[in-house]
Design a protein around this ligand. Structure first.
Ligand SMILES: NC(=O)c1ccc[n+]([C@@H]2O[C@H](COP(=O)([O-])OP(=O)(O)OC[C@H]3O[C@@H](n4cnc5c(N)ncnc54)[C@H](O)[C@@H]3O)[C@@H](O)[C@H]2O)c1
Length: 386
């Protein structure tokens, strides 16, 4: 079987459905494994879109899709899927190593693209995709799903309206036993979520990173990473990423002067918890300048109302709206590229056993961490002699 899995019925089904689908955006799902199936379900449920076809290189996967979505045309021929009438957009949920090729083919055929994270496997490819989309006047969005998560949005409210006080630091734990991927390591697979959450909360990329990683299960492919990131204004962040951990965790904690806020995506009842606790530094009255005491404040633990909405549905609604209006997506190609640049800096730091590495387009590593100049190296024995 080379083209349409269901041969001539494919066109027939599409024409029959298009009668009552006028005005809706036809979307091709490319890559319909674990995650692509969710896109197929959501985009077919949205009133503004419909799944025009599913394209996967695996005939076995297509067979499963044909059973689950009996009225959706399926094919292993991307050009055929993109040429169907009504197709305006494509969602790419293939493994990352295929993102560049598939996205380039879609954009070149005038089709808007939502590509999964990580956008590409290097920043040069991410830049060229963004340029291509801009030249063609097409929407290019990256599936940084957590930016569309109501719990993360609630956390951002506390940061933006100042209720958290001065934001001191952030940390994230994203661990599980698998799923283990073969074309990217755990950092490339998991870090895009937390880097995009941190950027969403802080409005900027980190200036430098320092990271160590370990290959425990797959030789040469790190399955655990401990990453520190420094953001502007001295806001520190940390990510613990692993697919070799016994427990599944999906947490982000923001610690501020007034509150400490926990986002736990795995807690359906209390997705966000706000701890009204803090420590203030208070100058002692008649004492000399520079003397302080610390005042501990204990308080309530609150569970604010978090809208019950599916993050992927919010993301797809935003994509369809951007395709319809030409509005630039919140997580556009540049946002995808920035995430890749941070991951490339993390890779560099891991290779250098944790030496801090600057992120392109930012102030980078402060002088104190810069590689020693030759003068400093030459001077060091003399310093040691003192
Ligand atoms: N945003 C999120 O929360 C989230 C969650 C899971 C996965 N993802 C991302 O989604 C993507 C897919 O992950 P998955 O877990 O579904 O993987 P998967 O292996 O389950 O599915 C990938 C599918 O793509 C198909 N495929 C491979 N190359 C192809 C090509 N060139 N053309 C057409 N089909 C092709 C495979 O046959 C397979 O069916 C990855 O980029 C992953 O990082 C994102």
């Amino acid at each position: 079987m080379t083209a349409a899995l269901r041969g001539s019925t494919m066109t027939f089904i599409h024409q029959a459905r298009s009668l009552d689908r006028s005005g809706r955006i036809g979307v091709v799902i490319v890559g319909c494994g674990y995650w692509g199936r969710n896109y197929a379900r959501v985009l077919d449920e949205l009133p503004q879109s419909y799944v025009a076809a599913v394209c996967d290189e695996s005939l076995e996967r297509l067979g499963a899709i044909a059973t689950a979505f009996p009225t959706v045309p399926v094919t292993n021929d991307l050009d055929q899927a993109l040429a169907l009438p009504g197709v305006q957009a494509a969602v790419i949920a293939t493994p990352p190593s295929a993102h560049l090729d598939v996205a380039t083919r879609c954009l070149s055929q005038g089709v808007h693209v939502l590509v999964e994270k990580p956008m590409t496997t290097n920043s040069a490819d991410a830049e060229s995709l963004t340029q291509l989309a801009d030249e063609c006047g097409l929407t290019l969005m990256v599936g940084h799903t957590f930016v569309y998560n109501a719990g993360v949005r609630k956390l951002k409210e506390y940061v933006d309206n100042g209720a958290i006080g001065r934001l001191y630091y952030l940390y994230a734990r994203r661990t599980n036993l698998g799923p283990i991927r073969t074309d990217v390591n755990a950092v490339w697979d998991l870090a895009p979520h937390d880097i995009s959450i941190f950027e969403y909360l802080l409005g900027s990329a980190p200036e430098w990173v320092s990271a160590i990683g370990a290959s425990l299960l797959c030789e040469g492919n790190a399955d655990v990473g401990f990453v520190s990131l420094m953001y502007p204004n001295g806001i520190a962040a940390h990510m613990h990423l692993s697919w070799a951990d016994p427990n599944k965790t999906r947490e982000v904690v923001a610690v501020g002067s007034e509150k400490r806020i926990l986002f736990n995506d795995l807690d359906p009842l209390e997705r966000v918890r706000v701890f009204e606790k803090g420590v203030s530094r208070v100058a002692e009255e008649p004492s000399t300048f520079g003397e302080f005491t610390f005042l501990q404040r204990d308080g309530d633990i609150l569970s604010p109302m978090v809208e019950a909405s599916e993050p992927l549905k919010n993301e797809c609604e935003h994509f369809v709206e951007c395709v319809r209006t030409g509005q630039r997506p919140l997580t556009d190609g540049r946002a995808g590229q920035r995430v890749i640049e941070v991951i490339e800096a993390i890779d560099e730091s891991v290779r250098a056993n944790g030496v801090p590495k600057g992120v392109p387009g930012t102030k980078g590593v402060p002088g104190a961490f810069a590689a020693p100049t030759q003068e400093v190296v030459d001077a060091s024995p003399a310093i040691a002699a003192h």
